[in-house]
Design a protein around this ligand. Sequence first.
Ligand SMILES: C[S@@+](CC[C@H](N)C(=O)[O-])C[C@H]1O[C@@H](n2cnc3c(N)ncnc32)[C@H](O)[C@@H]1O
Length: 210
Amino acid sequence: MASDWLERWRDGRIGFHRDRPHPALVQHWPDLKVPAGTKVLVPLCGKSLDMRWLAHHGHPVLGIELAAQAIEEFVAEGAEGVARYRQDGFDICRQGSVELWCGDFFHFHIEQAAEIGAFYDRAALIALPEATRQRYAFHLAQLTPPGAQGLLVSLTRDPGGPPFSVSADEVRQLFEPNFRVTHLGDGEPEPSGFRESVWALQRRGPLTSS
Ligand SMILES: C[S@@+](CC[C@H](N)C(=O)[O-])C[C@H]1O[C@@H](n2cnc3c(N)ncnc32)[C@H](O)[C@@H]1O
C-alpha cells in the first residue's frame, strides 16, 4: 500500500537501497546494445543510483516513484541543478538527464511515455504483491513500444515480503504474452535467504492482455 511505502521512507527503512550501481546492470546492460540516447523508463525507482549510471551511459532516464522523499533525496545527493514542474497530475523533478515523476506508476499513461524506448526494473516487480504483478506486467507492456529492450532483476526468497518471491515460472507467465523473455542468470544465495535472478525482456507487438 502507498502509505506503507511512504512510512518506510519516512522511517529510513530502505534496506533495498544500494550505495552503488547494481552489478547486474553494470554486467548485462551493455549486452542489450540499447543505443545511447534511448530514454529508459525506471518504474518504482526509489532513489536508485542505477539511474545515474544509465544517465552516465548516455540514456535520458524517466523514473516514477510514489515517495516525494525519495525523489528529494536523489536530487539532493546529485551535483547538478534541479528544474521542477508539474504535468498531468505528477510533480516532476529534472536533474541533468534524469527526470523523476512523483506519483503512482499505474497512473502514468502511454501519452506521457511517448519517447520511452527501453526499461529497467530492479526491485519494482518484487515490491508488488502477487495480485498486482499481473497488472504491472501489462502496464509495462502498454508503456513500451515493440522492440523495446529491458533488464529485470527479480528475486526469490522464503515466504514473506516485500520484497516478494517471484519464481522463474511466474516471470515467464507474466511477461511472455508481450515480451521475449531470456533468463540471463542467478545471483549467489544471500545470507538473508534472498536470491536475485536477472532477465532480458524485449517487447513484442502487438499487445496481448493474457
Ligand atoms: C523495493 S523499492 C525499489 C526502489 C528502486 N527500484 C531500487 O532499486 O532501489 C520499491 C519502490 O517503489 C515505490 N513504489 C511502490 N509502489 C509504487 C507505485 N505504485 N508507483 C510508484 N512507486 C511505487 C516505493 O516507494 C519504493 O521506493
